[in-house]
Design a binder for this molecule. Sequence first.
Ligand code: AVI
Length: 329
Amino acid sequence: MVPAVSTSTETQVDEHVALAVRAGLLAAPKRLPPWLFYDAAGSRLFESITGLPEYYLTRTERSILARHAEEMVERAAQPSRNARLRIAELGAGSADKTRLLLKAAVARQSEVVYEPVDVSATALLIAQARIEREIPGVQVRPLAMDYTNGFALDPAGAGERRLVLYIGSSIGNFEPDEAARLLRKVRAQLAPGDGLLLGVDLVKDEQTLLAAYDDAAGVTAAFNKNILTRLNRDLAADFDTAAFAHRAAWNRARSRMEMHLVSRAPQRIRLGALDLEVEFKAGESIHTENSYKYAPGGAEAMLESAGFTAAGSWTDARGWFSVCLAKAE
Ligand code: AVI
């Protein structure tokens, strides 16, 4: 039975967290869903990851946007030169890279409505204040919600064309069937001719991938282990984070980077709020994340099967990352 109140902290247990953790730790092999990473501490650690020398993703995508934002925005509005773009963003977070696209949209049409969607109301408030201060002409209309459970945008007005941004390689954290389902949900919010701009990480040499998910400073290890600290706090668990090792692995057959937490010794963990005890063998892992890497053309094929037509794609000189524009059919 899941008690409504944890006895140790007297705080309410989040049922969504409780159900996911119970199912994941009772599964064979053990797993935890990656959305558990993003409590306040985990979100801060992720922000640090994006600036690490080994974590090429954020820097590379930013360089692509910096170079091609004007063309992306113009192409999203085509074929009508007079259409005004209205920009929504899924999982906007700090909306740092988005500012490049918003600046290009303001240069094109003087004013733009920007609808960032994110589960964190705090991240949205911070992003709104920064964007309104730095880019006059952007009207920010934040939507605090978990877009993975579906979302509803106001219909675009007459003469407006919607562009949805889903950048940052977040699509890669979904299983292929979940990613396809999410893209179909996005398609359902769009009218024919509206656009989706998708950022995806591409397959590359294994050494580069491994370093990106197991950096020398240990920030990614801390990010991975923070999930255990979260369970200690939220579910009155007694994980010793030092008793687990961070492991990053390239799964070539499935074209994904994996992150695991590997038990260093046999141990038994108690999760008080779930009234659950879980046994670990030495070397047994909890699989915490997949990060899919696409072959060239792979993202376009996924977009086409979700009801979009490819309308452009941009990459960097090394071909490490791709930003694809697709139009709703
Ligand atoms: C948020 N997401 C795109 C990141 C990724 O690369 O899959 C999360 C992350 N995991 C480890 N480092 C960063």
